[in-house]
Design a binder for this molecule. Structure first.
Ligand code: FEO
Ligand code: CA
Ligand code: CA
Length: 632
């Protein structure tokens, strides 16, 4: 495997290489499901008439002709942009964009200036804006605006410019990478020259792979979470692979630990790995060699350390001295984001995807209820975790994960959540990425980014991944967005109806097949791999992609990654932005006056943003309308 440069692989490609799932799909089951699949996909091709099943009739049928689209801008206040293959950002006419912050920019004035030759010295690594920007939320704290934003992972070839190929050579190199990741909390303000980070603001804070945090909920104090350094199993260091995010109704930030498995390795290659490591992809080989220089990440010495990662962490952005809390009641898996909703009676719902091929979609429902101004203690510690089961007839059910339904203890359910969900036979999904909750209708959406293993092989737990209702295409390279409507207009209800909002595809390459996509996909808005998603206050859905940007073969005509806007009512989707070659667009939030939209550009290739011959730097950009009107 050494000839493969891990730096060039996405996390899912890396997982597949290090811990491939076995090819043990029951062939009979594939054949059997193929029969129903053919029937089902037959319906999808004739999408308009398949409305009863897919619920897409309104949008899809309205969008059947290009001329109708050109004449009707719908609720969109912009003219769509074309595809791009270049190394910059494009926004519609009448809009502007500018850079707010780049990896390595100072949060405090005593940090070193960024250098394109040397990067950031170790003494400043936790005093600058982190690498690989991802989920973010903006908070109003008094009259200040504070953004909490994730730094998901690192690009070692860029971050360690003094090394030959980005492989850490010393404990300092590892510490540097650890300090570039986690979360940045920073105050921002808009002045005459645009937006800037308020250097030295008391709110500015870095949370890294070594920041102390508390563990709460059922798993806290369990033997599986105890280590020599923390015999109580209630305090851990660091938050890992912070991907998407969320915002609670009480104004705290939820950061989501996704591909945590990749940080742990073994200095003893012959180590026998426990069964749960297999399901979570924890292997003897790590991605960044932490274990060679930092014993905490060496599973041959600290077998429980990986069981202290894979959670959702709550952070109070208004209090820089607060201790982040790992909320184990929300389960342990490759958490993508955390989309909060409130039930009519005040119960708190957190929707969560587990982004791995064939894993599941979850929700947490609090036992207690939220009342503005009242204590929120325990709301994210006491409640029920559910996993989604979709029926092909457009109905679905949230299956409670309890000792009765799983045969596991509550503690085990919160640590080995994937196994609990397999026991209730949840629906295997095509990599659930962000969930978005519509603020103007009782419905929620989940981006199912893609799954080349659909119909090919089971998930890491051996669960069958034959095509099913919301995941109807085998070898799914394009992705789709599923949405659901809770019964009784109550997100806490255990029953729902569902349909597909869109199936991405390529109508030029795959005309007349399900891989052309649904009827609301056309030559002018083609995209693949929906990932980040957020509703604006008007109920429009902003969709960000993290897909194949080679613009050839199955992906010809799609260009670089992009951000689109979707109307949930009509089904119309149009392209708002394209991002530089090599990057994905991920993370979206608004200024308090909603006249600025902040968007994250992750892992761009040079020359973005600083020019030819310079280091590429992930960045958050500020998008505005030239007339300073509202932007969602
Ligand atoms: Fe970090 Fe699933 O995206
Ligand atoms: Ca993502
Ligand atoms: Ca992704």
């Amino acid at each position: 495997m050494d000839h493969i440069n891990k730096d060039d692989l996405s996390w899912d490609e890396w997982d597949e290489m290090v811990r491939p799932t076995s090819e043990t799909t029951d062939f009979d089951k594939i054949v059997e499901s193929g029969l129903s699949r053919r029937g089902f996909l037959g319906g999808l091709v004739a999408f308009g008439s398949g409305a009863a099943v897919m619920g897409l009739g309104t949008g899809a049928s309205l969008l059947s002709s290009t001329s109708a689209r050109a004449q009707d801008a719908g609720r969109f206040a912009f003219s769509p942009v074309g595809v791009a293959t270049d190394s910059t950002v494009h926004v519609p006419e009448g809009y502007t964009w500018d850079i707010l912050v780049k990896w390595g920019d100072k949060l405090v004035s005593d940090a070193h200036d960024f250098s394109h030759e040397a990067g950031v010295p170790i003494s400043s690594a936790d005093k600058v804006f982190g690498e690989n920007t991802d989920g973010m939320e903006l908070f109003a704290v008094g009259d200040k605006q504070v953004i909490a934003v994730n730094s998901e992972y690192v690009n070692p070839k860029i971050n360690l410019p003094h090394t030959e190929d980005g492989t850490p050579q010393t404990a300092d190199d590892v510490r540097m990478l650890q300090n570039f990741q986690g979360v940045t909390v920073m105050e921002v303000e808009e002045g005459e020259n645009g937006w800037r980070v308020v250097v030295d603001s008391p709110f500015n804070r870095r949370i890294t792979h070594n920041t102390e945090m508390a563990i709460s909920g059922p798993a806290a104090g369990h033997d599986l979470l105890k280590t020599e350094a923390d015999p109580t199993g209630t305090r851990s260091l660091g938050t890992f692979n912070n991907c998407g995010a969320g915002k609670t109704p009480w104004g705290t930030y939820l950061t989501c630990e996704e591909n945590f498995n990749g940080y742990f390795g073994s200095t003893d290659p012959a180590i026998e790995l426990p069964e749960d490591f297999k399901r979570y992809g924890i292997a003897a080989e790590s991605r960044y060699s932490y274990e060679k220089f930092d014993d905490r990440f060496d599973i041959s010495k600290n077998i429980n350390e990986p069981r202290r990662a894979g959670y959702i962490v709550e952070i109070d952005p208004s209090d820089p001295a607060s201790t982040p809390v790992k909320r184990s009641a929300l389960g342990r898996f490759k958490h993508e984001n955390a989309a909060c909703a409130l039930a009519p009676n005040g119960q708190v719902i957190v929707y969560m995807g587990d982004d791995e091929r064939g894993e599941f979609l979850y929700k947490f429902v609090s036992s207690g209820t939220y009342t503005p101004g009242a204590s929120t203690d325990g709301l994210l510690d006491n409640g029920t975790l559910y996993v989604a089961k979709f029926a092909d007839d457009g109905t679905g059910e949230w299956m409670a994960l309890t000792p009765e339904t799983t045969g596991m203890s509550l503690e085990e359910i919160s640590i080995f959540t994937r196994m609990a969900a397999s026991k209730v036979e949840a629906t295997t999904m095509d990599r659930p990425e962000w969930v978005a909750v519509n603020p103007v209708a009782v419905e929620a959406y989940c981006a199912l980014t893609n799954n080349k293993n659909r119909g090919v092989k089971p998930n890491a737990g051996g669960d069958d991944t034959a095509v099913n209702g919301p995941n109807p295409r085998e070898k799914n390279n394009y992705g789709q967005i599923v949405r659901w409507y809770p019964e009784n207009d109550d997100h806490a209800d255990t029953k729902f109806k569902w349909d597909l909002y869109v199936m991405a595809g390529n109508p030029d390459v795959h005309s007349g097949t399900p891989y052309a996509g649904s009827d609301n996909v056309h030559a002018g808005n083609m995209f693949n791999s929906p990932d980040g998603m957020m509703f604006d206050t008007s109920g429009l859905l902003w969709i960000q992609t993290d897909g194949n940007y080679k613009n050839e073969g199955d992906f010809a005509g799609m260009g670089n990654n992009q951000m689109l806007v979707g109307d949930p009512v009509t089904g119309q989707i149009e392209r708002f932005m394209t991002v530089p070659y090599g990057s994905e667009v991920t993370g979206i939030t608004w200024s308090t006056d909603r006249r600025t939209l902040f968007v994250g550009i992750q892992h761009p290739a040079a020359p973005f943003p600083d020019g030819e011959g310079k280091l590429a730097r992930s960045s958050v950009i500020a998008v505005k309308r030239a007339d300073n009107a509202l932007i969602g």
